[in-house]
Design a protein around this ligand. Structure first.
Ligand code: 13P
Length: 215
């Protein structure tokens, strides 16, 4: 896909993210790996005002085009691509249930087999650091090394996948898991989880399971 097409796909992903109730206003950001760097949403522009010309190219070493300002979170987007070869698209949002679990500073444990969609047995919550900081990108690096989806303490969610549709799919699934976790925690603090042997079995099945959309 060329830059124009990928830029339009980024915008479509942002609009769909809001439509699905995963985000609001100018919160969140979306990127896709491109030409040894990435294409990413600009900072602070409402998604419904975006045109492909607003999307910013950032090189692998963090340079961007004159006259354009990438998302304030460009550091951690770049870090995701540097950390995982299997990730070509990254979605970040402040989805309500994910943000709520992140405020409690808890990982989402193996409460449901779909946790394995992250490629891990639990969805970690990485420590708080100021938005847009190198420190936050360092925490993201550690979290993404183990899981394609992570919670950011007092902030929200990052999901990385092979393409934009899969990244958004994963973000949506994790929001459902966060909702389930909060609902079950409201009934008991000791929420039952699947054991490690079962999760390893499910992780094996996920190598050939998940959203079947290739781009
Ligand atoms: P940007 O508009 O700079 O992408 O910021 C939104 C956000 O969610 C920061 O974490």
């Amino acid at each position: 896909m060329n830059r124009q097409q990928l830029s339009q796909q980024i915008i479509d992903t942002c609009l769909e993210m809001t439509r699905l109730g995963l985000n609001q206003g100018t919160a969140g950001n979306v990127s896709v790996r491109f030409d040894n760097g990435m294409l990413i949403t600009p900072t602070g522009i409402p998604y419904d005002k975006l045109t492909p010309d607003h999307i910013v190219y950032v090189t692998h070493d963090g340079f961007f085009e004159e006259g354009k300002l990438p998302s304030s979170e460009w550091h951690f987007h770049l870090t995701c691509y540097q950390t995982r070869e299997d990730v070509n698209a990254v979605v970040h949002n402040h989805a309500i249930n994910c943000a709520a679990v992140s405020i409690l500073n808890k990982p989402i444990p193996a409460i449901h087999y779909m946790v394995a969609a992250s490629g891990a047995t639990e969805i970690p919550c990485v420590p708080y650091a100021t938005f847009g900081s190198h420190e936050l990108a360092e925490y993201v690096k550690e979290g993404m090394a183990n899981s394609k989806a992570i919670l950011l303490q007092h902030h929200g969610l990052i999901a990385g996948e092979a393409n934009l549709e899969k990244a958004l799919w994963l973000a949506h699934e994790v929001e459902v898991l966060a909702d389930l976790y909060l609902k079950t925690m409201a009934i008991t603090p000791d929420v039952p989880v699947l054991d490690d042997a079962e999760m390893q079995k499910v992780l094996g099945k996920f190598k050939s399971y998940g959203l079947r959309v290739e781009q």
